[in-house]
Design a binder for this molecule. Structure first.
Ligand code: GLY
Ligand code: MN
Ligand code: MN
Length: 450
């Protein structure tokens, strides 16, 4: 049968491994795959690979462990421990690549059954100046790594060498993952396209009396039909006041005439690249006056913030721009009172806008990579992808700060967020310095009405 899996580009992964090993210097790295997680009784959640492991291997099976050994001779530097081929097990859970596939398809120099890791790890780690391993995240592998290192230290007075330190691989690896290769950008475009078309379908279908869950079903069916793995995160389909609960995933209410509907949903592709889009529109196809005012304000904030996405600016600039537009608009509408700069400095808007304006996006929805290093905010560079997602949430959940106006009932129950996925682009290629990957999901006021 035809498979919907994307083309496997072995060279892309090989290039990443080379770069990673060059960064490691004389240290060895131990990067474990994810394991299956129990859902209930003897049933497991669908498998989700560890993104760091995936990024370096493209190997999509549980329990594997990858060793990166730049201190070893050519031909022994990338070693994969995997579950071996086993017909009796494969009858239940499907085909495995085994040790042969690990070498032939995934480019491992050497491959061993996973059960041999404990016995073989000390030999592979011998001679490394350090051991890069993420402590605290891999409870099954951590004791093996520590035991190997401990044994090295015990023998060091006679052998003359032992790794000097346990290092965190994350800073190296996550710096790499933050800047997307053109092939990764193409996958994020695909995730953006599929996610955007699901939002378009949903908006066309929504009518008063439908349930939030029906809309969730429509969106997630579309993801699957177009070959995605499924939803990248719990889809948020929130009618009326439910939209003021930021992570509302219950999706069990009936959509009311006169309410807005906020949908925050995106797909995850088979190779784990994600879309993350939010759109908000009237259930009955017409904004009320208050809804239109606040929607127009959030849209203006989002467009201004997207305008700041370009090389040399920072995620902080993007956030500050959104906050400035929102606070100015809220003062004009009488929902805030005072001097705009003072309100921002005091945080007196946070009962209406309480989250950040975006996050990095990639193999993880809230993707890896530093936003700041000490006091220095990381500058946007071509290849970085981030979401831009300002919102306003008017409800009684948070107290109005002292000195700010009480909220008139006519505004309450309005929750709005508008979220797009934006790639930073080279100014020589794209004069505005960015590309909106999710432009297929419309957002103009007129497009939200029917
Ligand atoms: N959907 C999660 C987020 O927007 O961050
Ligand atoms: Mn987001
Ligand atoms: Mn989102």
């Amino acid at each position: 049968m035809a498979d919907l899996a994307p083309v496997f580009d072995a060279q892309l992964f090989a290039d990443r491994r080379e770069r990673f090993m060059a960064e490691l210097g004389g240290a060895a790295a131990v990067i474990p795959a994810a394991t299956l997680v129990t859902h209930h009784a003897d049933t497991e959640w669908p498998f989700r690979q560890n993104s760091d492991f995936w990024y370096l291997t493209g190997f999509d099976e549980p329990d594997a462990v990858a060793l990166f050994l730049p201190h070893r001779p050519e031909g022994e530097r990338f070693v994969l421990f995997v579950n071996p081929r086993e017909p009796a097990a494969e009858v239940w859970t499907g085909r495995r690549w085994g040790c042969e596939g690990a070498v032939e398809r995934f480019g491992a120099d050497l491959s061993h059954p996973r059960v041999e890791l404990d016995a073989l790890l000390p030999r592979y780690l011998d001679g490394a100046e350090g051991i890069a391993f993420r402590v605290g995240s891999h409870p099954l592998i951590e004791p093996l790594v520590l035991r190997s290192w401990g044994a090295q230290l015990d023998r060091a007075s006679r052998t003359g060498s032992a790794a000097l330190a346990l290092l965190a691989p994350c800073p190296l690896l996550h710096r790499m993952r933050l800047r997307k290769h053109p092939a990764e950008l193409e996958r994020l475009r695909e995730a953006g396209r599929i996610s955007a078309s699901a939002h378009e379908l949903a908006r066309a279908a929504v009518r008063p009396g439908m349930s939030e869950r029906q809309i969730q079903a429509l969106i997630e069916q579309h993801f699957l039909e177009l070959g995605a793995r499924g939803a990248a995160y719990g889809s948020i389909v929130a009618g009326g006041d439910n939209a003021c609960v930021l992570h509302y995933i219950d999706n069990s209410a009936v959509l009311q005439d006169g309410d807005l509907l906020l949908i925050d949903a995106g797909c995850s592709l088979r190779d784990y690249y994600n879309g993350d889009i939010t759109r908000t529109f009237p259930v009955n196809g017409r904004f009320s006056g208050e809804q239109r005012e606040l929607y127009s304000l959030v849209l203006a904030a989002q467009e201004a913030a997207i305008g700041r996405v370009k090389p040399g600016h920072t995620a902080e600039d993007v956030h500050d721009t959104a906050v400035h537009v929102l606070v100015e608009g809220l003062v004009d509408l009488g929902l805030l009172r005072g001097d705009v700069d003072g309100l921002i400095e005091q945080g007196s808007y946070r009962h209406l806008y309480m989250h950040r304006t975006g996050h990095w996006l990639g193999l993880d929805v809230h993707d890896v990579g530093a936003y700041r290093l000490g006091e220095h905010h990381v500058e946007l560079e071509p290849g970085i992808v981030l979401t831009v997602e300002p919102g306003l949430y008017v409800s009684d959940r948070l107290a109005v700060p002292d000195g700010q106006p009480a909220i008139d009932e006519r505004w309450k129950g309005i929750g709005i967020r508008i979220e797009d996925d934006v790639a930073v682009r080279d100014l020589a290629e794209v004069s505005c310095g960015h590309e909106v990957l999710t432009a297929g999901a419309l957002k103009a006021v007129a497009d939200m009405e029917r």
